[in-house]
Ligand binder design. Sequence first.
Ligand code: ARG
Length: 469
Amino acid sequence: MADSKNLWGGRFTGESDPGFAVFNNSFGFDRRLFEADVQGSIAYCKALATAGVIDNEEAETIQRGLLTILTNSKSSPDYFDQIPAEDVHSFVESRLIALAGDTGRKLHTGRSRNDQVATDLRLWLRKAIDDLNNRLRDTQTALLDFAEANKEVAIPGYTHLQPAQPVLLAHWCLAYFEMLIRDQDRLTETRRRVNILPLGSAALAGTSFLIDREMLARELGFEGVSRNSLDAVSDRDFCVEFLSACSLVMVHLSRLAEDIIVYSTSEFGFFELSDAVATGSSLMPQKKNPDSMELVRGKAGRVFGDLQGLLTTLKGLPLAYNKDMQEDKEAVFDSFDTVNACLQVTTTVLNNIRLDLKRAHTAAISGYMNATELADYLVRKGIPFREAHEIVGRAVVHGIKLGVELDGLSLADLQSFSPLISEDVYQALSLEQTLKAKSQAGGTAPEQVRKAIVFARDKLNTDPQAEEP
Ligand code: ARG
């Protein structure tokens, strides 16, 4: 069957070993580049016509054929399984030849699958980055909504997972909001380097035909054309950058997931996950497990693996193209799918999370988290900080012995540690004052957090939704 013949038959007299063919073929996964491949081919066909390699009629036949292929792919669900193919490029070409006959055979003039696959992947990634930026924005919106709906609520802030100082829940939400801003920046920065056209580099040395690469770039929405053909067909640093940006998204989501998992335990109890994103135990009837967040945390590993894998694949390759590079796609697709799904699930978790106000408040005023406040109070009364630290440390031991918080100690008790302590200490130790005191930019004082919320809302409203060309 002419359709299933591979693209490089002339040099060969023997057949491919069936096991090797399966091993070699990438159509099982690179079919995801189908639309990009057709889009790139339509533009390339125009460039061939402009160069005078094909005439206008041939160009029209080829373009019509490519558009038909696109339409047919949408109307028949098994379209990609109807004929065997080595990869998406040979699939499209054989489909075209079936429709356009010998004219279709002219499309690959001056082009190689090496510049073609690099072009397809860049087109695909450009859209993938836009998608992820939109998903990131959804998660940011969920974080901000949660923050805004609970502006007054305090929770413990931790270091070493030991209660440290109280913070506003909104401050905690906005910490993750900030991380996701940087994730978007990184993806957008990566997109700039993705958006360069390799087509016209042919196999490695450049094309011998008068292909107007600038025109091709404009046609396909690329910012510019690659400057070196060897580099253009053989580097995949843009994929590595993408995987690296994805890895950092996963670091952030994984930490958020971990916080939510911990805060949803009965020991902490600030949050309860919605039934919609939790599971039960087949054995223990009381259980409500945060599987959604555990999977987000767990899936970070595969994205890091994709990054590590591709770095390793690339490091020893001689210039220019080598088949090793076919390994880039599964890493990129897998990371995209994983990050995309993790962002969506995280957004759903946040949009449906229940906050236990009482547990949060109790925790925020427990654990001697106002000890630093007492030291600062003594500093304001003229005691050097190091000495104040020592005094408060002793007061904490006393409190632990009596089973009360610092502000549960009587004035006489407190004064036994320093005669400079007076009645106003209780005001200084209150949760309200503890929070209010962190009033410099970036602190958790309510007035600062209010500003941060305004900034965040503003950012969501003014940053344009990522465009999908
Ligand atoms: N499927 C190949 C890839 O993903 C396409 C490029 C093949 N080029 C070649 N000269 N064999 O890398």
